[in-house]
Design a protein around this ligand. Structure first.
Ligand SMILES: [Zn+2]
Length: 79
């Protein structure tokens, strides 16, 4: 298991698919957060999928930065 990168307060790290299902939670008040909270997606240069979004928790008003993890693919590692 890779070493977990330390995230600052208000940082959420989750797969995009799970975020879209509303499985992310505010680290401050544990309220579920998701697409309904109007995240502002930050688009990187050249890449299609956004890997970062900023949003505000609807309950505690904390500013949250959401990092979208690369989904794990179950591909066989045949050379
Ligand atoms: Zn909150």
């Amino acid at each position: 298991m890779p070493r977990k990168k330390r995230t600052g307060f208000g940082d959420v790290s989750i797969e995009r698919e799970r975020f879209d299902r509303g499985e992310a939670r505010c680290p401050s008040c544990k309220r579920p957060i998701g697409p309904a909270d109007q995240p502002a997606f930050v688009h990187g240069l050249g890449s299609g999928e956004s890997r970062l979004a900023t949003m505000r928790c609807g309950r505690c008003q904390a500013m949250l930065t959401v990092h979208f993890e690369e989904p794990r693919r179950a591909e066989p590692s045949n050379p």
